[in-house]
Design a protein around this ligand. Structure first.
Ligand SMILES: Nc1nc2c(ncn2[C@@H]2O[C@H](COP(=O)(O)OP(=O)(O)OP(=O)(O)O)[C@@H](O)[C@H]2O)c(=O)[nH]1
Ligand SMILES: [Mg+2]
Length: 299
């Protein structure tokens, strides 16, 4: 607590928390976005790994929960399964919040990218991460949740409806500014002919009643058709869920997502970083940024 009190309240810090189900592309995105922000936008940035079972980091984390605790050692020492061990690790992190904060204070001038574990319950009804985010918010960390959903789910109406519900409940639980992302959009585009609707249908999340027509009329599904209709109505009534498609190999795609995230966490207004439309556009087509061209320090 003493550490928390020592932090100056006038300073503002910015970052994004990359969440989403297992295999949705979080770690890949964190590595790509780190390179993109650093090399193309000249933004001072660091990645923080909060996944205690992260095996394939394509970045060098500045802070790594695996230095504090790992799923593997908890499984061995406490005889827990992988899910239980992961929950234990995250609760341990909450108890040792000062361990995280101490290191965050060393990188105060950097934009932060948090690579998170994939277990969905951490974001729908477990409280530890929510508490950690709340503590950071009180310390002027302006964070945006970037929620990755594998666009593979667009290929199946019931799965897409479940995905929408997951996004909505995560938004409510995590209670941070939220940007929903359909990851692996390259695969979506490649398989566009196999989809029931155009890409906009899945990103804009409008007219969902069309999905209901596609649910088969089998005995089981029939019974739940009314429930599905009610769920779809609820999602539309909230009007909160929409997606930005992401192909991590495309700079244009990374740039579009960056703009949405910067608006959501206030980076664009609060950081002092000034960018012109021209700079963003030149970046989108892979040309030199304004920063590189005029050697202006935006940070
Ligand atoms: N085609 C395609 N594949 C991707 C993309 N992003 C990630 N992948 C692949 O998806 C798989 C899972 O990616 P990860 O980044 O490990 O996913 P994750 O969400 O971090 O997974 P967990 O940490 O296990 O929850 C890997 O094989 C990636 O290469 C993308 O934009 N397009
Ligand atoms: Mg990962």
């Amino acid at each position: 607590m003493a550490l928390v009190k020592r932090m100056k309240t006038a300073e503002n810090f910015f970052g994004q928390i990359v969440i989403g189900p297992p295999g949705s592309g979080k770690t890949t995105y964190c590595g790509k976005v780190y390179d993109f922000y650093k090399d193309k936008l000249n933004r001072k940035v660091e990645v923080i790994n909060i996944d205690p079972a992260n095996e394939n980091m394509n970045y060098n984390p500045k802070i790594d929960i695996m230095q504090l605790i790992t799923v593997e050692e908890v499984m061995q020492n406490l005889n827990l399964g992988p899910n239980g061990a992961l929950m234990y690790c995250i609760e341990y992190l909450e108890e040792n919040f000062d361990w995280l904060l101490n290191q965050l204070m060393e990188i105060k001038d950097s934009y932060l990218i948090f690579d998170m574990p994939g277990q969905v319950e951490l974001y729908t009804h477990h409280s530890s991460l929510k508490c950690i985010f709340e503590k950071l918010e009180k310390l002027n960390y302006h964070l945006c949740a970037v929620h990755m959903i594998d666009s593979h789910y667009c290929s199946d109406p019931p799965k897409f409806i479940s995905t929408l519900l997951l996004s909505l409940s995560t938004m409510m639980q995590v209670a941070l500014p939220h940007v929903n992302v359909l990851s692996k959009a390259d695969l979506l585009k490649r398989n566009a002919s196999k989809l029931d609707f155009g890409l906009d249908f899945y990103t804009d999340v409008l007219d969902l009643e069309y999905l209901l027509d596609l649910l088969d009329d089998g005995q089981f599904t029939k019974k739940f058709k009314k429930l599905n209709a009610a769920i779809v109505e609820l999602i539309q009534d909230y009007g909160l869920v929409a997606f930005i498609p992401l192909d991590v190999k495309s700079e244009k795609s990374l740039l579009e997502l960056k703009s949405a995230i910067d608006k959501a966490n206030g980076y664009i207004y609060g950081s002092g970083e000034e960018r012109s439309i021209q700079a963003l556009l030149s970046c989108a087509v892979g040309a030199r940024t304004e920063t590189e061209r005029y050697d202006v320090d935006y940070m």
